[in-house]
Write a protein that binds this ligand. Structure first.
Ligand SMILES: C[S@@+](CC[C@H](N)C(=O)[O-])C[C@H]1O[C@@H](n2cnc3c(N)ncnc32)[C@H](O)[C@@H]1O
Length: 297
């Protein structure tokens, strides 16, 4: 594998990097990325492994993976993320934006960090990804959502609402006949459906699904597809510094975005490369190895 620094960014189609993303981010030139979309460890204080029930049904023979999400304390985690988010801001173009995927454990802590790094006024949306499936609690309302924080670097950003419209509810009168306003003007339903709001109902990947690749925190392609369609354009450079099984870059490939993905574990890189090969992207991307692999903090 080549050093990431020797690869000219202008000609880059896809780059899969094994190593600590801090080293990668710090080595990248400023203002190159259109979109950073990433899903870091959630401060679960566990080694994340594939649940046994899922691993038995893992159909495509991928290497089963794990990663370490244990921390000395919250301060250590916050510092780990803060220094990477500062670099992330630096490499964004002035009209670029970042989507950071977290859950109830630390989203409130990291939102204040994001406000400090990007500026409170640069906050665009808190997107709730709601899913069903899995167990139910008898002691409290079951936790069935993650949170995606969307911030822009500057005053402009990409937002393609028409690319992610969803069908109107079948009961919607507006969908059938539109409405007539007080001024007599008729408003007709949009042929592509209604704009999505900031609560997204997207199922988690079914344990029996072919999409499942043997990675413990694999996100559904449908979720990443909505993000990339709405917040980036064809040919844009999308960066995922915590790529895991590579869902973001598999979707980036399918949608004609250029990309850089990084993970600190060899297993995640192997799974991402395998998924990319499965969609026929094997020859289109480069790989790079950084000095400091297998350490998260
Ligand atoms: C929540 S997972 C990402 C899951 C991914 N979105 C998917 O769909 O598979 C977080 C990933 O961050 C990686 N990671 C943790 N620390 C890292 C670091 N310092 N540099 C690069 N990757 C790191 C872990 O190895 C893990 O694969």
């Amino acid at each position: 594998m080549k050093s990431v620094l020797t690869i000219p960014m202008g000609t880059l189609h896809g780059l899969l990097v094994h190593g600590d993303n801090l080293e990668l981010l710090a080595s990248l030139p400023g203002a190159i990325a259109d979109l950073i979309v990433t899903d870091p460890p959630f401060f679960t204080d566990k080694i994340r492994t594939v649940p046994r029930s899922t691993s038995r049904t893992n159909s495509n023979g991928a290497t089963e993976a794990s990663f370490d999400d244990r921390w000395r304390d919250l301060d250590q985690y916050k510092k780990f993320l803060r220094i990477r988010l500062e670099e992330a801001r630096r490499i964004l173009k002035t009209d670029g934006s970042i989507v950071l995927h977290l859950d109830y454990r630390v989203v409130h802590d990291i939102r204040t960090e994001m406000d400090r790094i990007f500026g409170r006024r640069q906050f665009i949306n808190e997107i709730i990804w709601h899913y069903t499936g899995g167990g139910r609690s008898r002691r409290y309302f079951s936790r069935k959502h993650d949170t995606l924080l969307w911030y822009a670097k500057g005053k402009q950003w990409t937002f393609n609402i028409d690319a992610v419209r969803v069908p109107y509810e079948s009961s919607s009168g507006y969908a059938h006949s539109g409405i007539v306003g007080r001024n007599g003007k008729r408003y007709r339903p949009h042929p592509l459906g209604t704009p999505v709001d900031d609560v997204w109902d997207i199922p988690i990947i079914n344990p029996l699904s072919k999409e499942r690749c043997g990675f413990p925190t694999q996100k559904p392609e449908k979720l990443l597809k909505r993000i990339l369609l709405a917040m980036s354009n064809e040919g844009d450079l999308v960066i995922d510094p915590f790529c895991g099984s590579g869902t973001s870059v598999v979707v980036a490939e399918q949608l004609g975005r250029r990309w850089i993905a990084c993970d600190v574990t060899e297993q995640a890189i192997a799974i991402t490369a395998k998924r990319l090969e499965e969609i026929g992207a094997g020859r289109r991307f480069k790989t790079a190895q950084l000095g400091n692999s297998e350490h998260t903090s």
